[in-house]
Design a binder for this molecule. Sequence first.
Ligand code: SAM
Ligand code: SF4
Length: 365
Amino acid sequence: MPDPVLIKVDPVGEAAQVTPAINPKINHPKINSPTANTPTINYLRISLIDRCNFQCQYCMPDGETIEYLQRTMLLSNDELLRLLEEVFIPLGMTRFRLTGGEPLLRRGLVELVQAIAQFPETEDISLTTNGFLLAKLAEPLYKAGLNRINISLDSLEPEVFDTLVGSKGRSRWQDVWDGIQAAYQAGFDPLKLNVVVIPEVNDHEVEALAALTLERRWHVRFIEFMPIGNEALFGSRGWVASEDLRLRIRDRWGLTAGQVAGNGPADVFQIPGALGTVGFISQMSECFCDRCNRMRLSADGWLRPCLLNESSQLDLKTPLRQGEDLVAVRSQVQELITQKPEINFKERDAGTTGRYGRTMSQIGG
Ligand code: SAM
Ligand code: SF4
């Protein structure tokens, strides 16, 4: 059999070509539109909570003091829905991902999903979770209209997993595995599993994790470890380039180009004959800023145009709570969208240096 060729899939694909929807109820400013060099900014990642029931080493290192938000500082469901309806949707946002911290800890999550799914402009609503509470919530979330789910699963070995996620005394692995099965049974398709690869911690499991895609329609995505959250671990262990992982998987089974809905910045491949796919998110070894179509809204209402650049964030909660006219807020957001290509981190030191004021759990990873 000839050696399969590695073909790169254009990861922007479907996301960049979506036409922004217009809400007729609202007086619209000029909506954001793509140019030859910039995609439409149509994807909002919404952090619902900064707290988490795990303490993953790469995200919230042990002993680190993290200042949590008071409950009153979080945007309420009503506030969030108002911002979506009056600010983001009129500006062309049609794809929403709920994240955190751990979004399943958020009260009223199912109702929130239902409300977002009911906006006629919503084209996609997805969620990223550690899966610990998913066994009970998978079905209600599916029925509420959640389209897609990403579950973090860094290891198939309970001991490694527990060390990584900071299980204190009681193993968490089985609960997460049960959550994944429940999501699969509920009908989530695609169902994606996120793996942050850390040298000498879980990198020996890459083939075992990739093998999950052989007989299940699961999509395993390997993510390069970024220097956000735990600089000490990053400094001592570093990160593994996606290319190395790809070669290992290719050497074992071969790889061809793959496809999966909502692939975002992942390069997607398939082991020949497998039901699922393997994806690689290579924010350290590769710069995909120029095709970035996303903005991030923190749980306390700060809009962030770039994960890795902390400048130019916009506070949306204060004007909202002070009863200011949201048309003005929308204009500010519109302006920020226009500036995004300049704000994007791009090749600035390839993301390998610099301090980040907030962890992934605070930003909304
Ligand atoms: N708690 C949920 C979870 O873990 O899936 C959602 C929030 S978490 C911040 C979102 C994603 O960010 C997870 O897939 C996690 O693995 C990833 N993440 C956190 N810290 C990271 C880091 N330093 N480098 C790369 N990915 C990271
Ligand atoms: Fe929690 Fe997710 Fe961060 Fe792990 S990666 S500590 S599960 S927010």
